[in-house]
Design a protein. Structure first.
Length: 102
């Protein structure tokens, strides 16, 4: 019975660790997207993760790579869809389509 308790605890800790890692990725993506929007006078409407995969960071250590999609508006009337890729604690890229300038 103790072995099952240990296995259950390990599974619980793994789930908690994965949740914590994905929250760190989401916070990095949100902050970077908001900084980008402020720099280019855009309004962020939504931000959602579309893909999560294991990866390696620049030092060769294990980390998670997440692809996010965000909707933004440049003029308050139309909206566009951009993407941001976060690898570990680093933003790899932020891509936006051509959009109407206010």
């Amino acid at each position: 019975m103790e072995l099952l308790n240990i296995i259950g605890l390990l599974i619980l800790l793994t789930v908690f660790w994965l949740f914590w890692q994905t929250r760190l990725l989401a916070e990095t993506a949100k902050k970077s997207t908001n900084d980008y929007a402020e720099k280019y006078s855009l309004q962020i409407l939504t931000l959602a993760r579309i893909k999560l995969s294991p990866s390696r960071n620049s030092e060769g250590r294990f980390c998670w790579k997440a692809h996010y999609q965000f909707e933004f508006s440049s003029d308050g009337e139309s909206y566009y869809i951009g993407t941001i890729i976060v690898n570990g604690k680093n933003v790899v890229s932020i891509d936006t389509p051509a959009y109407r300038q206010p």
